[in-house]
Design a protein. Structure first.
Length: 256
């Protein structure tokens, strides 16, 4: 049997591993008697054992199909939730708010990969100059994550956008955890009044924002940080600068 011929029959290989699988009504196996069918199964089995790379090709093809299906489903999720993602009316907007392309970041201030991505994302925003950047606090790593998110949001509400960005950068660039013991010193180091910020951390609006981000993350099937939205595409996990740049180019090309 030639390689091309074997690949044309590769869908039959499942019968070798799942004897209970029924023969489809349109299957060419229906034209074979039991002895011929058994012989064909044995031929396919022998071919696959002699050429195991075929199974790897099948696996790679299946993975690619699954990636494509997930990407298409993600685009639908983004489209249906566009207002909550891009225009919720309260999330911090940085970079160039009038830019031609938007990146949204779900982050946890205690997430090591969020911190790893921080300087690379900052370089992308600075070097490009035309990217709108939106932050969604998504504390998922325990009480210290919640503490940091509440401090950031309280700072935005009570001290303004510039103060928020200072504290955001300090927490993303810090080495240790944000704790009850370290928070006041961190706030003072960034010219913020600990009493004012702490007084606002348990305000209903702060809770509503965090809960809103969590609900949105659940809707988008986001379960880890960092997760990015590059225009219409969800990108889960850490993304190095080169990949970010490639995604930006790809999205810009699609907008033209």
């Amino acid at each position: 049997m030639t390689t091309r011929h074997a690949k044309s029959w590769i869908g039959l290989a499942a019968a070798l591993f799942c004897a209970a699988a029924p023969v489809r009504a349109d299957s060419p196996l229906l034209d074979l008697d039991a002895e011929s069918r058994a012989a064909l199964h044995e031929e396919i089995r022998s071919y696959l054992l002699e050429n195991p790379e075929i199974m790897m090709e099948m696996y790679a093809l299946l993975e690619e199909q699954q990636r494509a299906a997930t990407a298409e489903a993600d685009k639908g999720l983004v489209a249906r939730n566009a207002t909550a993602i891009f225009d919720d009316g309260y999330s911090y907007e940085g970079g160039n708010p009038e830019g031609d392309l938007t990146i949204v970041e779900f982050l946890d201030y205690q997430c090591g990969y969020c911190r790893k991505a921080h300087p690379e994302l900052a370089e992308l925003l600075e070097s490009d100059g035309e990217i709108r950047w939106i932050i969604k606090e998504f504390p998922i790593l325990g009480p210290n994550s919640e503490l940091a998110a509440r401090a950031a949001i309280s700072t935005q509400i009570n001290a303004g956008e510039e103060a928020y960005l200072r504290l955001h950068n300090a927490m993303m660039e810090g080495r240790g955890q944000v704790t009850e013991q370290s928070l006041d010193a961190l706030l003072r180091a960034n010219d913020l009044d600990p009493e004012e910020i702490r007084a606002g951390m348990d305000a209903p609006e702060v809770t509503e924002r965090i809960n809103g981000n969590r609900a949105l993350a659940e809707t988008l099937q986001v379960s880890g940080t960092p997760t990015f939205v590059f225009e219409d595409e969800l990108v889960r996990g850490y993304v190095p600068l080169e990949q970010m740049q490639a995604l930006v180019e790809e999205k810009r090309a699609a907008l033209d």
